[in-house]
Write a protein that binds this ligand. Structure first.
Ligand SMILES: C[S@@+](CC[C@H](N)C(=O)[O-])C[C@H]1O[C@@H](n2cnc3c(N)ncnc32)[C@H](O)[C@@H]1O
Length: 304
């Protein structure tokens, strides 16, 4: 939904913006063109490949761009060390990029035979291989169920534990095959998605602690925006969308006192409002052009 994001960012020349998830730098490029000649774009990605790529794409606008190989939860520190008190726009386009799926060689795709890594930031210790080969069965069940909403999580975890008794599971195709064998045949053929989709999503979320980081980041958002500044979040599954929706609702409500209390005792006041109630979803045409966008949702909040 690039057009919708740019419409709702509501940018003006001279604005200070943040792209928290640079990826292929498509949103960053469109943003920078709207804030020239004096605006500043802070670009963040935890994947060094994305930063290297963005440096090339954004080279013509070097004066207006600051790039950081970092996790977006560190945005408060980044802004602080650059003397910025508030920004006009923040974008989060969550999940992983097409480049990570196709070229990163880190096992993000069940269609490829790659090492089971799945780290977006290779400086971190935890890999998908470590989880698959060393976590107890009950923790694997939890991960597949909580982060993948996989209804056969027990069967998949059991099959993994059985397999790894003989030898470690090293590659994405080995894992995809194990998942396929664990799921009842009638379900493998009746599903519209690849049988390993949910398990791979769950592992990626666990390796990169995606939901935990998003939750922590959302808590800080009102303190990072100027009055009238906007947050645009594109999420790709219900777990992410729920975190964004609930955080925006909390900012909108302000007071957290029980409804029975005649007066407010907590002192919290509304800090943000949702620009529209229901999330925007992509058009059929956009999904045809970019099938990865099929489950995306856009929510926009504005600082009061
Ligand atoms: C869907 S892609 C972004 C695509 C991008 N908007 C574009 O126009 O090409 C998501 C990117 O966010 C990065 N990412 C995900 N979670 C992150 C986090 N917590 N901190 C920093 N980068 C993150 C990933 O490494 C990936 O490159």
């Amino acid at each position: 939904m690039p057009d919708e994001v740019h419409e709702y960012q509501n940018l003006k020349p001279g604005n200070i913006c943040v792209d928290c998830t640079l990826g292929g730098a498509g949103h960053a490029l469109a943003t920078i063109q709207q804030i020239l000649p004096d605006g500043i774009l802070f670009g963040i990605d935890q994947d060094l490949d994305a930063i290297t790529h963005a440096k090339k794409i954004l080279a013509p606008f070097k004066k207006n761009v600051r790039l950081f190989h970092d996790n977006f939860i560190d945005l408060p520190a980044i802004l602080n060390s650059n003397g910025i008190e508030g920004v006009d726009s923040i974008i989060l386009d969550l999940g992983f990029s097409l480049n990570q799926l196709k070229n990163a060689r880190r096992g993000f795709s069940f269609n490829k035979n790659e090492p089971l890594d799945m780290r977006m930031d290779i400086r971190n210790d935890l890999t998908a291989s470590k989880i698959i080969n060393s976590y107890p069965e009950n923790e694997l069940v939890d991960i597949f169920f909580k982060f993948g909403e996989e209804k056969f999580s027990r069967r998949v975890a059991k099959k993994i534990v059985e397999t790894r008794k003989d030898k470690d599971i090293h590659t994405s195709s080995e894992l995809a095959q194990i998942v396929k064998m664990a799921i009842p045949a009638k379900n493998v053929f009746s599903q519209r998605i690849h049988p390993a989709t949910r398990v791979f999503q769950a592992l990626r979320i666990a390796v990169n602690r995606e939901l935990e980081k998003l939750e922590k980041f959302m808590e800080r958002v009102p303190s990072l925006l100027k009055k009238g500044g906007r947050l645009c979040v594109i999420s790709f599954h219900s777990l992410e969308d729920r975190i964004v929706k609930q955080a925006l609702r909390k900012f909108e409500e302000g007071c957290t006192c029980p409804k029975e209390l005649p007066v407010c005792l907590c002192g919290f006041i509304p800090t943000m409002k949702s620009v529209f109630r229901k999330p925007l979803i992509p058009t059929r045409k956009e999904i045809e052009l970019n099938p990865m966008a099929r489950s995306s949702k856009l929510r926009v909040g504005q600082k009061l």
